[in-house]
Design a protein around this ligand. Sequence first.
Ligand SMILES: Nc1ncnc2c1ncn2[C@@H]1O[C@H](COP(=O)(O)OP(=O)(O)OP(=O)(O)O)[C@@H](O)[C@H]1O
Length: 234
Amino acid sequence: MTADPAGAGLLAESLTFSYRRGADVVLDAITHAFPSGGLTVVTGPSGIGKSTLLYVLAQLLRPVSGKVLWNGTDLTARSDRDRSRWRASTASFVFQDAMLDLSRTVLDNVCEGAVYAGLPRAEARERGMDLLARFGVDHRARHRPGEISGGQAQRVGLCRALLTEPRVVFGDEPTGNLDHDSRDLVWEALMDHAAAGAAVVVATHDETLAAAADHRLVLNPATAAVPRGKEDAP
Ligand SMILES: Nc1ncnc2c1ncn2[C@@H]1O[C@H](COP(=O)(O)OP(=O)(O)OP(=O)(O)O)[C@@H](O)[C@H]1O
């Protein structure tokens, strides 16, 4: 991955969101930077809006008002098609549940999205096998997801997310269901990916992992968003 320019990354500017007109405001004027080259954790109590913030940053949801900037360019002003293109070319997700397609092999699960987005199949499979080996699940490449453990499935989900070396990775409780070894492995992979230049944004309840992150945004009921952490001035 080539480095993004200094000051690069995602920037939320006064983001406000509610799921329906007249419904509760879930995100209330959040302004925060999620820099490239760092892992930012988003913490806060259940139901505060951590997942929602990830979806708005990822352009899966449109804010009611405010902007999401990527390297200084306003994504929220773009058409739905352009926002989907940005997501396909730039971002990926790791969820608490790996959400694998049960009808496909592990290797196909890792590769299919990237092939669909235009990566040649042979290259995708080669990269996919390398990643599966890196995360210790290459011996399961030809198995179906129903034949592997939850921890292995999560590693497979991680391989799928990293296959295209995305500049942005969103993790929604990516270590939530994992034993300690798998948890550490997933976390280190995300930290490494951030260190290689990506903007990684992870919603988590895991205080141990949160303490090890580069940056932190705390969502809190009184203020909606209270920046905290190593260089998280609003
Ligand atoms: N699709 C939806 N439609 C309407 N309201 C929703 C929807 N998804 C989430 N909400 C509400 O939005 C608020 C924020 O939810 P969100 O899932 O973002 O919180 P969270 O901080 O990620 O919670 P958790 O830590 O439990 O995963 C909650 O009140 C939730 O009930």
